[in-house]
Design a protein around this ligand. Structure first.
Ligand SMILES: [Zn+2]
Ligand SMILES: [Zn+2]
Ligand SMILES: [Zn+2]
Length: 356
């Protein structure tokens, strides 16, 4: 069963998906870490030569002359074997009493970032990371063409504590038949600011933060890395393009080439400075400009007032009762201090390793 149910008290949608676990005994105290152990290498479905262990590939960057679902690839995208949402399902919206339900149309894909079991995303050279970023763009572009889908969220879980069920480095994508609540909050803030001022909120923030300086970790010609003013988590870090663009899928190859070393630098710094912590990152971009034939454009599809970005959270603290009950986060590291540590580390990284 896969469906989205609306919680009228919390004012948000929840995905009910029974693909992974149903019975009480399917849940362990170890939780998400249950599948991850050292012996998994031989059985790893993401390694080169094990292509038949995954569902057939959707997209791959591979050497000329090699066949789909065979060795010879650099980056490979496959459907998740246990999808939270599935593309074959139809997005049927209906009410049942006071409740609202949407049947679970969507997509759940895995972007395998390298055939090498022992490399992490931050270890790859910048040209390889560019290919991973290219795969993100390709999948978003493709899925934006499906009128049932309202959003495509790219995210990465690094290590079991951050939700990764396999150790072989990969990112994921979940496409949903509605805009996710967190994205909607950001879109709404940006839209209200744009309507009031005819300026992009995030462009204004970037200008002010560059002038102020204390929360800027790194700056290149096209991108900045910052600690947000009101970071929810210690060492929460964002990458933002300095030039206004709402939609990641509109980036050029050259834009991706410039982004790759910035992402590499951030991943290496987080690993070095914080002792290789589990982390999550997400890519926030505007919803698709979809128009179903014969129907009006959905209101979510005109978001050129948004500004795409990547948010990274090292998992250094846990979400406890207060955060859950109150929605307040307590961050023990001021963003200015986090920025100081990271700025210093990145300066050293650039000197020592010449990664950029
Ligand atoms: Zn592997
Ligand atoms: Zn902007
Ligand atoms: Zn965001």
């Amino acid at each position: 069963m896969r469906e989205l149910r609306f919680d009228p008290i919390r004012n948000r949608w929840v995905i009910i998906s029974t693909e992974r676990a149903r019975r009480p005994s399917d849940y362990t105290i170890a939780g998400v870490g249950a599948h991850t152990d050292g012996k998994s290498l031989a059985a790893c479905p993401f390694c080169e030569g094990s292509e038949e262990k995954t569902p057939p590939e959707i997209f791959a960057i591979r050497s000329q002359g090699t066949k789909p679902n065979s060795p010879g690839w650099r980056v490979r995208v496959v459907p998740n074997k246990f999808p939270a949402l599935q593309i074959e399902d139809d997005a049927i919206r209906y009410g049942t009493g006071i409740f609202d339900v949407v049947s679970g149309a969507g997509a759940h894909e895995v972007i395998i970032e390298t055939p090498d079991h022992n490399e992490e995303l931050g270890d790859l050279d910048t040209d390889w990371i560019k290919d991973v970023l290219f795969a993100y763009r390709q999948r978003i572009r493709d899925l934006f063409g499906d009128y049932r889908l309202r959003y495509v969220l790219i995210f990465k879980n690094h290590k079991a504590e951050a939700g990764a069920s396999l150790t072989h480095t990969h990112s994921q994508l979940i496409a949903t038949p509605m805009v996710p609540p967190v994205v909607k909050q950001e879109l709404t803030a940006c839209r209200e600011n744009y309507r009031a001022k005819e300026r992009c909120l995030i462009c204004d923030l970037i200008k002010q933060e560059i002038d102020f300086g204390a929360r800027i970790i790194h700056e290149t010609r096209d991108y900045i890395i910052w600690s947000p003013f009101a970071s929810s988590f210690p060492f929460e870090t964002w990458i933002l393009p300095k030039h206004h663009l709402h939609d990641y899928s509109m980036l050029s190859d050259n834009d991706l080439r410039e982004l790759a070393p910035v992402l590499k630098l951030l991943l290496n710094s987080i690993k070095r400075l914080l002792n290789d912590p589990p982390y999550n990152f997400v890519l926030h971009t505007s919803p698709p400009r979809f128009k179903r034939p014969g129907q009006p454009q959905h209101w979510d599809s005109i978001e050129s007032d948004f500004h795409w970005h990547i948010e990274l959270i090292p998992r250094l603290t846990t979400i406890a009762g207060f955060e859950w009950g109150a929605g307040f986060f307590i961050n023990p590291t001021p963003p200015e201090a986090a920025a100081d540590y990271m700025r210093e580390d990145i300066t050293k990284l650039i000197e020592v390793r010449r990664v950029i």
